[in-house]
Write a protein that binds this ligand. Structure first.
Ligand code: MIC
Ligand code: SF4
Length: 755
């Protein structure tokens, strides 16, 4: 039986009425995305047809998922909200804090010891507030959610950008910062700008070496890392029907890499099969009863150009396998063409590691397809030239894969089976084959490949591909290997070719597991005490942020002008810093250390305007803070791309940064800044970015009349006595301006609860 089946049935029981009403209001057939959005309005019934990309709308998500690295801050905030229990079903998953080193058993033991305090904290807070707890080793949040909680037509938010994975099961699942999750946990509405809609029509059929992963690698190449911003991507067409449910999950998962709010697919037979295979006949039966509402109206897919803001068509018959990278997930290259490109760009051709796993590609089907390649290597006597690492997506997948002999195949080619956790995907990887920062190449089936992400080495060139392609490339040891055309020399000196991969969608003998790793909360958790040691270096209770007063903004200094890509990994690095995710002051010591200073092209080396000295960004910022001077951060396009981590907003806020002024923002990060009571601003004229000099001081001329829909004016004073006055845009609505005035959104909740 499924978790929370009554909640799911409740959603379905209202769906018909709400969808019909919305259709009438909008006056035309509806896309699936619109059906889910309109059936999850906070006010219940809709009374207005919303304008996409413009109207802020209050929604009522059905559930929340958090992972250990973001849950700490989310729950520390929730603890301040003064509520006895979470208002909607919520789960916490321990997956980010487990380092991959020697193998699952040993690594898990080490993680349980080193992060004991954090895991205990999360378990006890979960128990106290009625939150389901998935312990370390249970699996990666998004696979566990897909296996247990996702349901067609539902709406979920999660404190992780890849929450969107659940679109594979026909949900609208959206990544948010912890403060957004706290609103919903506290029984309040969740606000989102009504998204634009991108339709992706899939024609033909996937076959051979091409896989679901290649669909999203291709889409990423078309839309780039910011092309999906503010939009939901809805996939449809005969090609969609022929993809497995977990394959759809892979496609939706990596929608985070194009900045999309989320991605989804209409309910179909593949989803029904998956629900039944994961012991949720009850959900499948309930979904079947409201089937028509769990996909778009037929007119929409017949003439998509009339209903979507943008249409992309991909012919799966001709789609080639891709490898994307290095350093950005949208640099898409068909496999056969990569050798030339690598040589031209001086990317190392020798591949040192192949890593299979991550929330994106760690399903049973993924493991079978990759294993079918590994098995050929054994049978055809090809010795793997690279090291191999595997992270299964969940204990259920791992247990089943072991029973079915898949893990043994990987081990036979020399792979290390790591814990069912994020591992190298989030820099939790003790990589021992490199001495220093050598230039090298790795291939993986993850979603992100930003600089330093997997191993902290800026010279590691990481390429993203499907698990089976990763297996083939790793076995060959060469980035320019094309398994569809090239041969490999085996141990007998013969030239042999790899046959195309074969996968098994769902285990023939069903899934099995002994201990899935779930701990249900107490019915009444009021007696549970949550302790945070005042001397802990891992956890710190939060103090309310003080509002940023208008006067304090006069004479604000430039902290850093960041150049080029500035993702949340650059603003608040993961890897070794994950250990401080529950301690704001300690993690603030990594603030913006990865951002490139536009004035000297160095990282973590900025001028402290008070002394003229160059120093690390956090050090300079702490000096401004001590002097009571507010600062601003200037950035390029898509600032804050990547993760949902609100640390990227809370740390600068904690250290006294008042405003972030950029060419454009990634959605989640912009909201996170607003939630924490900061100013997130964009240049009206992008070229004004070039006006900013190293010694600049800023005056927020008209901040006293900060209003929705009205640009602000900033005076930039240069050291030579000259000045410029520029206009900056913002997207704050009235209640978000209220957060700024109160110091944070949480301060507003606290005030309301106290009243
Ligand atoms: C990621 O993939 O970058 C993470 C780590 O899962 C993040 C969340 C985090 O920073 O904890 C995400 O994608 O939101
Ligand atoms: Fe974990 Fe990587 Fe997925 Fe983020 S993208 S949830 S780090 S597996």
């Amino acid at each position: 039986m499924a978790f929370d089946i009554d909640m799911i049935k409740g959603v379905y029981s209202q769906m018909a009425e709400r969808v019909d009403q919305a259709r009438e209001l909008v006056g035309r057939p509806l896309t699936l995305s619109e059906k889910i959005l309109y059936s999850h309005l906070w006010d219940g019934k809709s009374n207005k047809a919303f304008t996409r990309g413009k109207d802020y709308v209050d929604f009522a998500p059905d559930r929340i998922a958090c992972q250990d690295a973001t849950a700490q801050m989310a729950l520390l905030q929730f603890m301040q909200a003064g509520k006895p229990k979470v208002a909607v079903p919520t789960t916490v998953h321990c997956d980010h804090l487990i380092q991959a080193k020697s193998g699952a058993v040993a690594d898990l033991k080490v993680a349980n010891a080193t992060s004991e305090e954090v895991f205990n904290f999360l378990e006890s807070v979960s128990n106290k507030y009625g939150i389901g707890f998935w312990k370390p080793g249970a699996g990666i949040i998004h696979q566990v959610v897909l296996e247990n909680y996702a349901f067609p037509g539902g709406m979920m938010i999660g404190t992780d950008s890849h929450t969107v994975n659940a679109g594979g099961l026909g949900m609208l699942a959206i990544g948010v910062g912890g403060a957004d999750a706290v609103d919903v946990m506290a029984g309040m509405a969740w606000e989102l700008k009504f998204p634009k809609l991108i339709g992706v029509k899939l024609t033909g059929n996937i076959s051979g070496w091409t896989s679901a992963k290649d669909v999203i690698l291709k889409v990423a190449g078309i839309l780039t890392v910011k092309g999906g911003t503010g939009a939901i991507v809805e996939y449809f067409g005969e090609g969609a029907l022929n993809l497995s449910c977990t394959g759809k999950g892979t496609i939706c998962n990596m929608g985070a890499e194009i900045g999309a709010t989320t991605s989804t697919f209409g309910y179909d037979a593949s989803m029904e099969r998956y629900l039944r295979a994961t012991d949720r006949n009850d959900v499948a039966d309930a979904a079947n009863e409201v089937k028509a509402h769990l996909t778009a109206d037929p007119e929409v897919y017949a003439q998509p150009e009339k209903y979507f803001d943008e249409i992309i068509e991909i012919d799966l018959n001709t789609l080639k396998p891709h490898l994307n990278g290095p350093f950005t997930p949208d640099l898409a290259t068909p496999v056969g063409e990569l050798g030339k490109k690598a040589k031209a760009n001086d990317w190392p051709l020798k591949v040192d590691w192949g890593l299979i796993g991550s929330c994106t590609n760690s399903s049973y089907e993924d493991l079978t397809r990759a294993a079918s390649i590994a098995k050929q290597a054994i049978d055809k006597k090809i010795k793997s030239k690279s090291d191999f690492g595997i992270n299964p997506g969940s204990e259920q997948i791992r247990f089943t894969a072991e029973r079915d002999g898949l893990l043994q195949i990987f081990e036979e080619v020399g792979a290390t089976i790591f814990t069912n956790a994020c591992g190298p995907c989030i820099g939790q990887w003790d990589r021992s084959d490199l001495k220093g920062d050598e230039k090298n190449t790795i291939v993986h089936s993850f979603n992100r490949n930003f600089s330093k992400r997997a191993d902290g080495n800026p010279n590691t060139h990481a390429f993203v591909g499907s698990p089976e392609m990763v297996a083939a490339i790793a076995i060959s040891g060469r980035l320019d290997f094309d398994p569809m055309n090239d041969t490999l020399i085996n141990e007998d000196g013969e030239a042999v070719k790899l046959d195309m991969p074969l996968g098994i969608e769902l285990p023939v003998n069903g899934f099995a597991v002994e201990d899935a790793g779930f701990i249900a909360p107490d019915e009444d958790g009021s007696g549970v005490s949550v302790k945070v040691s005042p001397t802990s270096e891992r956890l710190q209770l939060l103090e309310s942020f003080q509002p940023i007063e208008n006067e304090s903004l006069a004479g604000a200094k430039l902290l850093i002008k960041a150049q080029g890509k500035c993702t949340t990994d650059h603003i608040s690095m993961a890897g070794p810093w994950l250990r401080f995710r529950g301690h704001l002051d300690n993690i603030a010591n990594n603030t913006l250390i990865g951002a490139v200073n536009a004035f000297n092209q160095k990282t973590n080396f900025v001028k402290n305007q008070l002394t003229g000295e160059y120093m690390g960004v956090p050090d300079a910022q702490r000096a401004y803070k001590a002097a009571g001077i507010k600062t601003i951060v200037v950035g390029d396009h898509n600032y804050g791309e990547g993760s949902s981590r609100e640390h990227a907003a809370m740390q600068p806020r904690h250290l006294g940064v008042a405003a972030v002024l950029v060419k454009s923002f990634a959605r989640i990060h912009e909201t996170n800044l607003k939630k924490q009571g900061m100013l997130g601003l964009t240049f009206v004229n992008e070229s004004d970015y070039d006006l900013i000099k190293e010694d600049d001081t800023f005056n927020f001329v008209d901040i006293a009349s900060f209003k929705a829909g009205q640009a602000l004016t900033i005076e930039i004073k240069h050291a030579d006595g000259t000045a410029h006055t520029i206009q900056v845009n913002h997207t704050y609505n009235d209640s978000q301006i209220g957060w700024f005035r109160a110091g944070s959104a949480l301060n507003v909740i606290k005030k309301e609860n106290a009243a």
